[in-house]
Design a protein around this ligand. Structure first.
Ligand code: HEM
Length: 331
């Protein structure tokens, strides 16, 4: 027992020395066994917290998945969305009063700091929590790669400008994905995340017409009437399921909805109903494929999540393992 503890310590030390010698380059590579020697309990801790958060509110799985997406799209997957402060990403338009799950991440991190202090990055906690959120919603298991480092700074304008808006045409969403190294297929596959979770009226009421004569030809009439009823007279913060057919289950139903004009956001329905051009015909064909083949969707979703989860920090940025996900470590 004593011997195995010592050899484990020796290996950890050798890894650290190797990191120093190679200038950190080797240590920035993500891997599936990154914490095997330094914090093997990380999976259990994250899994337990996500499980109990979802038992309290099933939607939390979706919220954690979106948190990871909004983290990765701004300065790479560096936990920068978690930083508090008036100039934080939290207060950028796409995130404010919208992104959820910060408290779940805090609770996970507090337990991890007790178990293996200073070892697991906040960005990795978010990535793993998203993976369990998908799995516990009935979605695919995919191998979450670990070894990210936390950024020191938030980028509010990056969040305001870089995150896609539901009001944008698909071509401009495709461009934003391309800016972080993701392609058109990733756009369609990752939009399938909208098979779970909720959206607020303010973010889809552009699709609702107030008179019959201007009814939206790409929105099912019965669904339009129901949404109209939900949203009329409120403050715009009423929510409804992104996937009208199976709100909390991670399945291929999202794509089936699009075939039937039942996408909730304009950016969802646009994947199938946008005016034909090269991008639209690509997205349309993929929607058709995934609506037919759930297995293909699940395996492509895992692959695109790994790709999204590997978006790097901007070259030369300082990084660390944050002790408290809400603030950079004291100097
Ligand atoms: C393709 C461009 C995308 C656009 C325009 C978009 C837009 C939105 C909007 C407007 C909402 C509702 C927010 C609110 O009501 O406050 C939402 C929710 C959500 N989004 Fe996206 N999204 C996109 C891609 C993605 C991706 C790539 C993922 C994850 C891989 C994702 C995961 C989610 C989830 C799970 C929710 C529900 C969150 C919850 O219920 O708390 N979205 N998205």
């Amino acid at each position: 027992m004593k011997h195995s503890h010592c050899s484990r310590l020796l290996l950890v030390c050798s890894v650290l020395v190797l990191c120093l010698v190679t200038g950190g380059a080797r240590c920035n590579k993500l891997s599936s066994n990154f914490y095997d020697w330094t914090c093997p309990g990380v999976y259990n801790i994250v899994q337990q917290h996500v499980f109990s958060a979802m038992r309290e509110e099933l939607r939390m799985g979706a919220s954690l998945l979106r948190l990871h997406f909004h983290d990765c799209f701004v300065n790479g997957c560096d936990g920068s969305i978690l930083l508090d402060g008036a100039d934080g990403e939290k207060f950028a338009l796409p995130n404010m009063n919208s992104v959820r799950g910060y408290e779940v991440i805090d609770a996970i991190k507090a337990d991890l700091e007790n178990m293996c202090p200073g070892v697991v990055s906040c960005a990795d906690v978010v990535a793993l929590a998203a993976g369990y959120g998908v799995l516990f919603s009935g979605g695919p298991y995919y191998n979450v790669l670990l070894g990210r480092r936390d950024g020191l700074k938030a980028n509010q304008s990056g969040a305001a400008n870089g995150l896609p808006s539901p009001f944008e045409p698909i071509s401009s969403i495709v461009k934003k994905f391309a800016d972080v190294g993701l392609d058109t297929k990733d756009v369609v596959v990752l939009s399938g995340a909208h098979t779970i979770g909720r959206a607020r009226c303010v973010l889809f009421s552009d699709r609702l017409a107030s008179t019959k004569s201007s009814a939206n030809p790409t929105l099912d009439a019965t669904m339009a009437a129901n949404l109209q009823k939900l949203c009329t007279g409120g403050d715009g913060n009423q929510t409804t399921a992104l996937d009208v057919s199976s709100a909390d289950v991670f399945d291929k139903q999202y794509y089936h909805n699009l075939l039937n004009k039942k996408g909730l956001l304009s950016s969802d329905q646009g994947l199938f109903s946008a005016d034909e051009d090269v991008v639209a015909s690509t997205t349309k064909a993929l929607v058709q494929t995934y609506s037919d083949d759930g297995e293909q969707f699940f395996s492509d979703f895992g692959a695109s999540m790994v790709k999204m989860g590997s978006i790097p920090l901007p070259a030369g940025s300082a990084d660390e393992i944050r002790c408290n996900c809400r603030v950079p470590n004291p100097k």
